[in-house]
Design a protein around this ligand. Structure first.
Ligand code: G3H
Ligand code: ZN
Length: 309
């Protein structure tokens, strides 16, 4: 049951030219789907909780619950706080056993972002927890206060002054179902990544907003009464390419949720005379597990890259 922080995960990913998948979870069934998929692919994996998911799941005991659920899991896995908005939420997660936290102070100005991020790093490192920072509007590309992409010049200074273990930068994506405008050609800022690689060799970057909204899962969702419209995800070809760069962590929230709820919708439609929850949760778990396996094998290229522990 190697519950780990992300340090060695990212070192291995950087050297091995693949990315670690981080999947946003709300409930135990999703955690089981992601962990089983990773185990079957022999890939590392990160379970990401937003502050809201943590509150819903079981604040205070997530580590204990997941360690029991993962007793037969042999691949390295991490429990991560996604988009932590303050020192306080990061501290709570560190105190209760999360192995990785993200402090997202990207909506502050540079100096405040440095100050807040460094305070989290100082506390986290005393407890063996790794920290992801955010520089640039990677989740808020439409926010008029920000330039479109992170300035690579600022990355070096930010990393050196804060001591963060990884950094989310704005390289062309955003959260949710529609990542690009109608008629906009999807592209990622590979030059930005290359500049960071030159300035900070070995330093891991993180890509947020990385869902592709694959047709197969979208159809299952919509053919069973769903109404997801205007979707435009990140093409898998771009993600495959980015996984071979300094980007060592790729975040997937939307795709994992669409697959899970698609499985629920499908089984609710098909089994109208059933009422045991597992009749609906089993297909949801299977479909979301299938999606994770496809990502790990075909997109992130993390399958069979680690030695079993
Ligand atoms: O922090 C979470 C991820 O960045 C989610 O991105 O909306 O593309 O799944 P997504
Ligand atoms: Zn994000």
């Amino acid at each position: 049951m190697p519950l780990v922080n992300t340090k060695k995960m990212f070192e291995d990913a950087y050297k091995g030219k693949y990315a670690v998948g981080a999947f946003n979870v709300d409930i135990l069934t999703q955690c089981q789907a992601a962990l089983e998929a990773a185990e079957e692919c022999n890939s590392p994996i990160i379970l990401s909780f937003s502050a809201g998911s943590r509150e819903f799941f079981h604040p205070g005991n997530i580590k204990e619950i997941l360690e029991i659920a993962a007793k037969d899991i042999h691949i390295p896995w991490a429990i991560h706080l996604d988009h932590g908005a303050s020192f306080e939420i990061c501290k709570s997660c560190i105190d209760e056993g999360f192995t990785s936290v993200m402090i997202d102070a990207s909506s502050y100005d540079f100096e405040d972002n440095v100050r807040i991020t460094k305070s989290v790093v100082d506390y986290a490192h005393k407890h063996g927890v790794t920290v992801e920072g955010e520089l640039g509007p990677c989740s808020k590309r439409d926010d008029p206060r920000f330039k479109k992409f992170t300035d690579p010049e600022m990355v070096k200074e930010f990393v050196e002054r804060t001591g963060v273990d990884s950094l989310a930068v704005s390289m062309g994506t955003k959260h949710g179902l529609a990542k690009f405008e109608e008629g906009e050609e999807p592209e990622l800022q590979f030059d930005l990544i290359a500049e960071v690689e030159k300035m900070l060799p070995g330093f891991p970057l993180v890509l947020h907003g990385s869902s592709s909204i694959p047709d197969e899962y979208l159809h299952i969702f919509n053919d069973n009464g769903g109404e997801l419209k205007g979707t435009k995800g990140v093409p898998e070809e771009l993600l495959k390419r980015v996984a071979r760069t300094a980007v060592c962590k790729i975040n997937i929230g939307t795709d994992f949720r669409v697959a899970f709820v698609g499985g629920l919708r499908m089984s609710l439609n098909e089994k109208k005379d059933k009422f045991e929850p597992r009749n609906f949760l089993v297909p949801a778990r299977q479909l979301s597990k299938q999606l994770v396996k496809e990502k790990l094998l075909n997109v992130f290229q993390s399958a069979n890259k680690i030695a079993k522990m």
